[in-house]
Every structure is written in structure tokens, then in C-alpha cells.
Write a protein that binds this ligand. Structure first.
Ligand code: ZN
Length: 294
């Protein structure tokens, strides 16, 4: 857990600083927080796998916390940039050093000694931002401007995107099947292709635990349909995960995967399926000789 916390804090800090620096040059609205959340979520997911965290709630809360910390750190960096900017202006206007802090607090509408962050956020919301696609970020009069409540909504949406991805991805990773007796994550033990037309039949065969029927569906190496079997690679008593999916090509030359069936079968239920689908000599086949454990 300490390792997961360290990974989370480090990636939250690195991403907050990176996006703060990026914002100085260019900041694609809504796309930046999307990638920010995605990257944080991916890093945390690998942390969850590495730390063998199997509690989706713990993984999700850790992600949520890291997402919030990362975004708050980013807002604070922006606050400090605003503070430096105003202090520079006060200096240029000849305000004496001893009075600059007081002048700045007055601008924020806070008493001396109070925490400035909220005052700065309020002030920055009043000023708002201009969303532009003009080169170099130079705003045009026709560009969309948001300020006040709109600015708070904008920040809230960004926070939601970042914290949402940062929470959901590791929570999903923690749900991955795990062999408690061997203390290791499940691995894919076999992947078989089948034609898309036979997918409904394969699904029914899994439902009926009909091993010969399922084997009969595997007729080609056509990759439109994929039946994958997951299990523990270190033992031969863990449950077996049966996953059936359809793969289609999208417009962007990518593959879209749609899960049609995903089920954990007990070892007893899975044995006829393993026997008929795995090639002879496969270590997970029920008739394979028991090899000494690694
Ligand atoms: Zn095992």
C-alpha cells in the first residue's frame, strides 16, 4: 500500500507540474484533462497490479484522492503564477516592497494573514479565460469567454474528468481475477479464434457447460471472435475465467472489442472445456502430467 501511495503521489505531482507548464504554451480544452486523468489512471492501475491490491474500493478511493490532489496542486501552481504576475505589476508601478503584500491582499479582498488560495481562485474566476483556437493563443473578439460561475463549472468538469479516470481505471484493475492461494494475478492461458457467425452458438455452449459444442465452434483462426481462457499459471486448482469477445475494425484502423460473455467457472465446471480446447501437452490440461511447482 505504501508503494501504491508513493506511485500515486509522485505521478499526481509530475502530471500537475507538466500540465501547468503545458498551459503556458497551449492547453486543449477538455482534451488535456482527459489525457491527464487517463495517464494518472494508467499509472495507478499498474501500481494496483504491482502491489496486488484486490479491493476495487481501496483502489478507486486512492485514484480519486490522487486525481483531486493532482488538480488542486495544478490550481495552486496557477495561483502562484497569478501572484507573481500581480507582484511584478505592483513593482513596476513603484509600490514599495513593504506594502505590496497588503496591496495584493486588498485586491483579493482578504485580511492580512489569511490563506490566499481561495481569494486567488475567486479573483481568477472573476477574470476568467478565453477559449481560442487562434495560433499562439492570441484571443480574438469573437472567441468564447468564460468567467465567474462559468469558470467554477469549467474547473469542476476538469476535476471530474481527472479524478473520474484516476478512480475508475485502478478500480477496474483491482477487479482482475487473482489466485489467492498462489498470490498471483490470472494470466491468459489460451486464446482461440472463431468466426463471428458462431459467437452466439459459443455463448450458448458456455452457458450449458457444453465442452464438445464449444470446441465445435472453434473452426478457424478468424480473429473476429476470440475465446480466451484465463487462469492461474502456477496451479491447477484455481477457477477459470472464460471470456468471449467480438473484435471489429473501426474507421480509424483500430480494433473495437466487445465482450459478449465473461464468467468465472469452477475448476470442476471448466475441466471438460479445458480438456477439449487446450492442445495436448498444455500444462493446464486436466490430463497433463503434474509438473513440480516452479
Ligand atoms: Zn494458483
Amino acid at each position: 500500500m505504501v508503494v501504491l501511495a508513493l506511485i500515486g503521489c509522485a505521478s499526481a505531482a509530475v502530471l500537475a507540474y507538466s500540465f501547468y507548464r503545458l498551459h503556458e504554451f497551449f492547453y486543449p480544452v477538455m482534451i488535456a484533462p482527459f489525457f491527464w486523468g487517463l495517464m494518472l489512471g494508467k499509472v495507478l492501475s499498474s501500481g494496483v497490479t504491482r502491489c496486488k491490491c484486490r479491493n476495487p474500493l481501496v483502489a478507486g478511493c486512492a485514484g480519486l484522492l490522487c486525481g483531486c490532489v493532482s488538480y488542486v496542486a495544478y490550481l495552486e501552481l496557477e495561483n502562484r503564477a497569478y501572484r507573481r504576475e500581480v507582484m511584478d505589476i505592483l513593482e513596476r508601478e513603484g509600490v514599495p516592497t513593504t506594502q505590496r503584500d497588503r496591496a495584493y491582499d486588498r485586491l483579493l479582498g482578504i485580511e492580512p494573514g489569511q490563506i490566499r488560495s481561495f481569494g486567488e481562485l475567486r479573483r481568477r474566476a472573476e477574470i476568467g479565460i478565453t477559449i481560442t483556437d487562434a495560433p499562439g493563443g492570441r484571443a480574438r473578439p469573437t472567441d468564447q469567454r468564460i468567467s465567474g460561475v462559468g469558470m467554477c463549472v469549467y474547473w469542476a468538469i476538469e476535476l471530474l474528468l481527472i479524478a473520474g479516470f484516476a478512480a475508475l481505471l485502478p478500480a477496474g484493475a483491482a477487479k482482475h481475477p487473482y489466485c489467492e492461494s498462489c498470490n498471483r494475478w490470472y494470466e491468459e492461458i489460451e486464446s482461440l479464434g472463431l468466426p463471428v457467425a458462431r459467437l452466439p452458438e459459443a455463448r450458448t455452449a458456455i452457458d450449458r457447460r457444453d465442452a464438445p459444442g464449444l470446441a465445435a465452434c472453434i473452426t478457424s483462426s478468424d480473429d473476429c471472435g476470440v475465446l480466451s481462457l484465463w487462469g492461474c499459471s502456477a496451479c491447477r486448482h484455481a477457477d477459470i475465467r472464460v471470456h468471449l469477445e467480438q473484435i471489429t475494425d473501426t474507421k480509424h484502423r483500430e480494433k473495437a472489442r466487445k465482450t459478449l460473455h465473461d464468467e468465472m467457472l469452477t475448476r470442476t465446471e471448466a475441466e471438460p472445456i479445458l480438456q477439449s480446447l487446450l492442445p495436448p501437452g498444455h500444462p493446464q490440461r486436466p490430463d497433463a502430467p503434474t509438473s513440480p511447482r516452479p
